[in-house]
Design a protein around this ligand. Structure first.
Ligand code: NOJ
Ligand code: CA
Length: 706
């Protein structure tokens, strides 16, 4: 069935009204349009139009360059997902690439292959798509233009600009605006975080009608009206370009808004260049957005050669104790990063099979107001309380690695000038992972230019985007993998740079210590359908003392203790922390067992069921054994879910150990009520999950010996 929104566009195309609309750039692709009376399809093929469909035929991308400016659109089973939307660029020093472009050539291809991830949420990834490359050149000057490379998968599409050099390889272009639009129904529902504000993606998600935000970060998750399909707009392979926020020009008219450099230019490139992919995932059910690999598939294969040294794993660390104010990063009586405390954590990690121990506050520069004194940090000078040589030797003896910490407080230059030495030091001492950090306001990263002048860069501007890649390359020289906090958002670069293991880039557990307010009960069920569409997150789960500041403090975990276990399965990260203090795990060895057992490297992952921001159920199969795991969480509403166990291997019996909410559990009144029980199950069974308010369940399925 063609819905009204779709039909409307068809009518306008047929009536030749689109070009009339185009005289006003702001209404070219989404002006307020009257309700359609007549519904008809655009002709199958007219001059200036190019199309590509997904392998299953459900998604169709169309480019219409028959009018004065090219417009792209997307349908799903004949229903409009993206109405005709603008493309192009404005530049500082030359005319815009926006109008007077016609299709001069098209090339089509189909692709179906499988590739293997060195680590990941699934081992094998199928890349099945149809492609069209549409050459658009100016009618007045065929040296100017771009190719649009479009890939249509069954779960979404991606396109990118491949901008020609106009015959001048040395030409430097300064993009002042990328004109890409995504015009969606003004009646869509949206789950979003603001694209502006000082913070770097660390906001609670909101569900509203689309017109409630002026700008939003991607991935932006939407549902079309009348129980329509779910869509997620994002980008893939963000390299040497600025990150994209979506600015809402009018209800439903979303335009790419790139983070600027200090001089206001959005992106500077020399010669021919390609942009990141602009992506739209589409799914009938919300979990379909999660069960999609298009972001990874649109990234280039691994460029780092042998990456067998990149190890997923689990870690503990001197971290939460600072966030709950039991110890400090800086010097003083309560300094956390002491030899004694580090040894205590190393012993604990070795005893319980953890791979790493993170130590924050190990170096000099934390004294004083470290938020604002990024230039003070040394990345090679250990604090006198932290004997880095002796502690590394102790860690190596115990078969545990120390995890390094590079908090920059956003002073990029201070970090960049020390980076080579810093990674060399860690490499020599046997560190395998480094957590970086960029605590600073979003437009306040410090870069000192060649003339010694301080410039302020955005967290997701072109300079910072490239900074993160330089860090990966420097770390790789010493076989070190990176976990970036306050990073640029994930766009699937872990495929190309497999030592980018994980990152933060959302509101993590730390907000439950001091967030005012802490993360809402629905937070993880939100993350699963929004932030997590971009890639792994270092959420730092596993808090067992749910009220670390006492029962009267607003800052507490708004979830049950069983939900803390479920997060290890629900939130994918190849590097997961057991974030609480050792003594809190020692006090609950029965629950702690699940954290010890759960793997962080998967053979398969399936989002089984869920509703955005309400609940979600995942099943994942361990990469190193035949065991399966299940994790489910709910918002503050209790719910019973019946889950068929069809994911288990047919014909085998499993012992399922459930870590679930107790009968009277609820995050507010009884968060510690839980039950652990075992039963024998097979793929023919269904299991009922009883989730409390703010609750969750974690299950380990162990194959029975024959
Ligand atoms: C913010 C990070 O997200 C957190 O994990 C870290 O402890 C602090 N910065 C200090 O670096
Ligand atoms: Ca943070």
């Amino acid at each position: 069935m063609i819905n009204r929104f779709n039909g409307l566009i068809a009518v306008l195309c047929c009536a030749g009204l689109v070009s009339a609309c185009l005289s006003d750039p702001d209404s070219a692709d989404g002006g307020v349009m009257p309700e359609p009376e007549v519904v008809s399809e655009p002709p199958a093929s007219v001059s200036g139009m190019a199309r590509v469909s997904s392998p299953d035929g459900a998604l169709e991308f169309m480019l219409d360059a028959s009018s004065s400016a090219p417009l792209w659109s997307l349908t799903y089973d004949g229903q409009t997902v993206i109405a005709p939307s603008a493309l192009g660029f404005r530049f500082a020093d030359e005319a815009a690439l926006e109008r007077g472009l016609s299709v001069t050539a098209t090339r089509e291809a189909s692709h179906d292959s499988e590739w293997e991830q060195p680590w990941g949420e699934r081992r094998f990834v199928r890349d099945h798509h149809n492609e069209i490359v549409i050459s658009l050149r100016e009618t007045s000057n065929d040296q100017r233009g771009f190719d649009l490379r479009v890939r249509a998968f069954d779960t979404g599409i991606g396109f990118r600009y491949e901008v020609t050099d106009g015959g001048n390889r040395d030409q430097t272009r300064r993009i002042t605006e990328e004109l890409t639009r995504f015009v969606v129904s003004p009646k869509a529902n949206a789950w979003w975080i603001p694209g502006t504000g000082w913070n770097r993606y660390e906001y609670p998600y909101q569900k509203t009608h689309i017109d409630a935000f002026s700008d939003a970060h991607t991935p932006l998750t939407l549902q079309l009206p009348d129980d329509g399909p779910y869509i997620a707009i994002h980008e893939a392979a963000l390299i040497d370009y600025s990150g994209m926020v979506l600015k809402q020009r009018r209800p439903g008219v979303l335009q790419a808004d790139l983070a600027p450099a200090p001089d206001g230019t959005k992106v500077t490139r020399t010669g021919a260049f390609t942009t990141p992919w602009r992506t739209v995932q589409v799914a009938r059910d919300a979990v379909g957005l999660i069960n999609s690999d298009i972001i990874l598939n649109l990234n280039a294969p691994n460029t780092m050669g042998d990456v067998s040294w990149v190890k997923p794993g689990k870690y503990v660390g001197i971290w939460w104790e600072m966030h709950i104010n039991r110890s400090t990063w800086g010097s003083g009586e309560r300094h956390g990063a002491t030899n004694e405390n580090t040894r205590r954590y190393l012993d604990f990690a070795a005893e319980h099979g953890f791979d790493g121990v993170l130590v924050e506050g190990w170096n000099t520069g934390w004294d004083g107001d470290w938020f604002f004194n990024g230039a003070e940090f040394s990345f090679t000078q250990a604090h006198p309380n932290f004997d880095i040589e002796a502690l590394s030797a102790y860690a190596n003896e115990k078969g545990v690695a120390l995890i390094g910490h590079h908090e920059t407080s956003g002073h990029l230059t201070n970090y960049e000038t020390q980076m080579a030495d810093a990674f060399a030091l860690y490499g020599r001492l046997g560190y395998r992972h480094v957590k970086t950090g960029y605590v600073a306001d979003v437009a306040d990263l410090v870069r000192v230019d060649a003339a010694g002048i301080e410039r302020r860069e955005w967290h997701y501007g072109q300079y910072a985007v490239n900074h993160h890649i330089r860090v990966l390359e420097e770390a790789a020289k010493h076989r070190i993998a990176i976990n970036a906090h306050e990073p640029v958002k994930d766009t699937g670069l872990r495929r190309t740079y497999p030592n980018w293991l994980t990152r933060e880039g959302a509101r993590g557990q730390e907000f439950n210590a001091w967030g005012n307010p802490p993360n809402p009960a629905e937070h993880v069920a939100m993350l699963a359908f929004t932030r997590m569409l971009s890639g792994p997150m270092d959420y730092t789960p596993g808090i067992f003392d749910l009220m670390p500041n006492g029962p009267d403090d607003e800052n507490r975990v708004r979830g049950t203790i069983a939900a803390q276990l479920a997060h290890y399965v629900v939130l994918y990260s190849p590097l997961h922390m057991a974030a609480d203090l050792p003594e809190n795990y020692e006090a609950r060895p029965d629950l702690f067992q699940f954290i010890k057992d759960v793997p962080t490297d998967w053979d398969r992952s399936i989002a089984l069921d869920g509703a955005v921001g309400e609940y979600v159920v995942f099943a994942r199969k361990d990469r190193a054994s035949p065991d399966w795991y299940l994790g489910a969480v709910t918002d503050d509403r209790p719910r019973d879910l019946v889950v068929p166990l069809t994911f288990l291997e047919e014909g085998r019996n499993y012992t399922a150990t459930l870590y679930r909410d107790g009968e009277n559990a609820s995050w507010r009144a009884a968060p510690y009520e839980y039950a652990i029980e075992s039963r024998r199950v097979s793929a023919d069974d269904r299991i009922t999950l009883n989730l409390a308010s703010g609750g969750g369940v974690a299950i380990r399925f162990v194959v029975e010996k024959e």
